[in-house]
Design a binder for this molecule. Structure first.
Ligand code: ADP
Length: 230
């Protein structure tokens, strides 16, 4: 479960990126996080991953108190999260399979677990036949699906995707969002940051809207307000 209580985040230059946010995301939920550019979406994600520390308030992520976490516990907390970035961040000199093996080895997975888990996640993202390909031999949509496979491979309880469809055409974006919905239906909590209003409105999911560092709406199905850019 993710829980933020009265969280504020002020950067060193005085920018108040998050102003008194309280938010709860239950295990197994699917949540879109939307809002205009500069509204605090990335900062909120960074607070969840422990990349930045709140100026005030408390943050719990999957049983860890992230707002006051020790250096020793931070990697354990991060293992409960699978983060998907817009720019994929795949290792270019490794094949799809080796990219996944690399992150499993990093957390000390056993060879047998690796042999069982990688084919499973590749099947899930429909990339079984690309296991031996290098990232630059794949389309943008396929690379993004490798990024999803990599986020999933260590079986996190929560997937956080930051603008996952940013580089994809509308058909591929819809496919990718549908894949995240399917992953959610298999039991993983999914939080998706996006500015794609049309896409969000195609799914009846919880939508949390940020503006100027505050939650201005939290409801199922659809954006509130007008156009949202960035
Ligand atoms: P979004 O992801 O919704 O575009 P951000 O979380 O990136 O919003 O930014 C929220 C606010 O915090 C903006 O005013 C932005 O300029 C500011 N901000 C973001 N990162 C930093 C930083 N490292 N230092 C200072 N200000 C920042």
């Amino acid at each position: 479960m993710i829980r933020l209580i009265d969280v504020e985040m002020e950067y060193e230059n005085g920018t108040e990126a998050i102003r008194n946010i309280s938010l709860e995301i239950q295990d197994g939920e699917f949540v879109f996080l939307v809002g205009p550019s500069g509204s605090g979406k990335s900062t909120l994600i960074k607070l969840l991953t422990g990349e930045v520390i709140p100026s005030a308030g408390r943050i719990m992520v999957n049983g860890f108190a992230v707002s006051c976490i020790s250096g020793r516990h931070l990697p354990l907390m991060r293992r409960t999260l699978g983060v998907i970035f817009q720019d994929f961040r795949l290792i270019p000199k490794k094949t799809v399979y080796d990219n996944l093996e690399f992150v499993m080895r990093a957390v000390g997975a056993k060879p047998r677990e690796i042999r069982e888990r990688i084919p499973y996640v590749l099947r899930l993202v429909d990339l079984t036949d690309k296991a031996d390909h290098y990232p630059d031999e794949l389309s943008g949509g396929e690379q993004q699906r490798v990024a999803i496979a990599r986020a999933l491979v260590n079986n996190p309880s929560t997937i956080i995707a930051d603008e996952p469809t940013g580089n994809l055409d509308p058909d591929r974006s819809l496919e990718l969002m549908s894949l995240l919905v399917r992953i959610n239906e298999l039991g993983t909590t999914v939080v998706v940051v996006t500015h794609e209003k049309d896409l969000v409105n195609r799914f009846s999911k919880r939508v949390v809207t940020l503006d100027h560092g505050e939650i201005i709406s939290d409801q199922v199905g659809g954006y509130v307000g007008g156009n949202i850019h960035g």
